[in-house]
Design a protein around this ligand. Structure first.
Ligand code: GDP
Ligand code: MG
Length: 201
């Protein structure tokens, strides 16, 4: 088991994030909290890769379908289908179009509780309800309501792994081992060392 401070998470700046010229703003938020960038690639992806990405967890199709049905019901709306798999099939089709519409930036960030910290900074899935102060809450105004009317994916700028297990699978899907760089940042001494010594002359 790696130490908690060596936890890694996988992030994609989606095509809308690139087009909104938010690369520096988004990366800056992960960087300034103390996380370390260990992998980075700009690329145009394929529908096949996106399908693989979202179905790495065999439960994703069912869980996301069920969650979406619940979202509709909680708002007093009728879901387009009662079958979670029918719902996610549509979501996945839209994601394949959205995620291949332009370049994306894929990256791996490392540090203590990397997965949770990145999710916290990124904010909830639907920008309309994402907390103020998060990336999705501060830089975009999309909602399920608008995206459903137009039959497209919600534009929420960023993907971030939901758990360390998900992160591990996603990193292996998008990066070769040799594309990830192991190195030290000098600030890690201040972030993690038991004694903050060597500061005073
Ligand atoms: P994330 O981890 O915050 O990106 O969210 P999920 O993994 O739960 O969902 C992945 C993607 O599925 C989202 O970016 C959306 O495109 C789509 N999605 C998830 N939940 C819903 C929903 O309730 N309604 C719709 N229309 N799409 C959804
Ligand atoms: Mg997810």
């Amino acid at each position: 088991m790696p130490h908690i401070k060596d936890e890694r998470t996988f992030v994609i700046i989606k095509p809308d994030g690139i087009q909104r010229t938010l690369i520096g703003e988004i990366m800056g938020r992960y960087e300034r909290i103390g996380l370390k960038l260990v992998g980075l690639k700009l690329l145009v992806t394929t529908p096949e890769q996106i399908e693989k990405h979202y179905t790495l967890d065999p439960n994703w199709l069912r869980v996301t379908g069920e969650k979406t049905i619940k979202n509709y019901r909680d708002k007093g709306l009728t879901p387009p289908s009662d079958d979670p798999y029918v719902i996610t099939k549509r979501i996945l089709k839209n994601l394949m179009v959205y995620m291949t519409s332009g370049p994306v930036l894929v990256m791996v960030w490392e540090g203590a509780h990397a997965v949770k910290i990145v999710r916290k900074i990124t904010g909830g899935t639907e920008p309309l309800s994402s907390d103020v102060g998060t990336i999705r809450g501060d830089f975009v105004l999309d909602s399920y309501q608008i995206s459903d009317i137009d039959g497209r994916s919600i534009r929420n700028l960023v993907h971030a792994s939901g758990s360390p297990e998900e992160a591990e699978k996603e990193i292996a899907l998008w990066f070769k081992q040799e594309e990830l760089i192991g190195y030290k940042l000098l600030q890690e001494q201040i972030l993690y060392d038991v004694n903050m010594d060597g500061i005073m002359e």
